[in-house]
Design a protein around this ligand. Structure first.
Ligand code: MG
Length: 259
C-alpha cells in the first residue's frame, strides 16, 4: 500500500459528486460480474470484462500501472482465488472451477477522482463453510460502515470489522488495510481491520474512506507469492474481501460504490 499524502483531505460536495460517478461504475462492474462468474471462465475473463466496462464509460482503470515491489500492476482487476487474499494477477490460464471462491477488486478514475470496491463471489456450488466466510466478511463491512459517522473514531470502524469476523471464529488480515481515497487511490488515513473502539482519528464530514475487510478462515498471516503481487494466506485457508468507498456526510454516510 502506497500512501501519497501525509494528511487527511476532506472532500467538498462537488468532489463527492465526481466520486459518486466513479464509484457507481465500480459498483456496476461488481454487480454485473455476478452473472459472468461461473465455472470454466478464466480470471483474465473477469479482468477483460472489467476493463471494457470501465473504458466504455470513458473512465480509466485505477489499478493498471500501480507501482509494486518489482513491476507495476498489469491489469484492471485484482482477481484472487481461494487462499489468495488480494492483488491476484489475472491470467488466461487460471480457470475457475465449481467450489472456488473468487475476490474481485476494481477501481475507476473519473475527472480526477477515484472509486474503489471489492466483492468475493462463489463459483458454482461452494461449501457451506466458504459461503459462511463470504456472509460474515460482507457483514463485517456493513457493520463497520454503520460506524463511519462524523464524531466517531477510526477505531470504531476497525473494531466493528474485527469483532464481527472474530465472533464468527475467523481472523482479520493485519498486513493490508483500507484507506482514504479521493484524488489519489490511496490516501491517509490507513484503516486497519482490527483495533480498539473509541480511539484514533476523529471522523468528520467530507472524509471519504475505502473500507475493506479481508477475512481468513484460518490464521491472519499472509505471504506474497512468487509473482511479486498476489497475497495469499500463509496457512492456505480461504480468504474473502469486501470493500466499499464511503463518504461521511453531515447526517450519516453514503456508500459511493453501491448500485
Ligand atoms: Mg482499496
Amino acid at each position: 500500500m502506497f500512501f501519497k499524502k501525509n494528511s487527511i483531505e476532506t472532500k467538498t460536495a462537488d468532489e463527492i459528486n465526481k466520486m459518486r460517478v466513479a464509484g457507481r461504475v465500480v459498483g456496476e462492474v461488481l454487480d454485473k460480474l455476478s452473472s459472468i462468474i461461473k465455472p470454466g471462465i478464466s480470471t483474465k475473463d473477469i479482468d477483460k470484462f472489467s476493463e471494457k466496462y470501465i473504458r466504455s464509460k470513458n473512465m480509466l482503470p485505477a489499478f493498471l500501472g500501480v507501482e509494486g515491489v518489482k513491476y507495476p500492476f498489469p491489469a484492471t482487476a485484482c482477481v484472487s482465488v481461494n487462499d489468495e487474499v488480494v492483488h491476484g494477477v489475472p491470467s488466461s490460464s487460471r480457470i475457475l472451477r465449481s467450489g472456488d471462491i473468487v475476490s474481485v477488486d476494481v477501481g475507476a478514475f473519473y475527472d480526477g477522482y477515484y472509486g474503489d470496491a471489492a466483492k468475493t463471489y462463489p463459483v458454482g456450488k461452494v461449501s457451506d463453510s466458504a459461503l459462511n466466510l463470504l456472509r460474515i466478511t460482507e457483514l463485517s463491512l456493513y457493520e463497520s460502515i454503520k460506524f463511519a459517522l462524523s464524531g466517531n473514531r477510526l477505531g470504531d470502524i476497525s473494531n466493528a470489522v474485527q469483532r464481527t469476523a472474530e465472533n464468527a471464529g475467523y481472523s482479520v488480515v493485519r498486513d493490508f488495510v483500507g484507506h482514504g481515497i479521493g484524488r489519489e487511490l490511496h490516501e491517509d488515513p490507513p484503516i486497519p481491520n482490527f483495533g480498539q473502539a473509541g480511539i484514533g482519528l476523529k471522523l468528520t464530514a467530507g472524509m471519504v474512506l475505502a473500507i475493506e475487510p479481508m477475512v481468513n478462515i484460518g490464521g491472519y498471516k499472509v505471504e506474497m507469492l512468487d509473482n511479486d503481487w498476489t497475497i495469499a494466506t500463509k496457512d492456505g485457508s480461504l480468504s474473502a474481501h469486501f470493500e466499499h468507498t464511503v463518504a461521511i456526510t453531515e447526517n450519516g454516510n453514503e456508500i459511493l460504490t453501491k448500485v
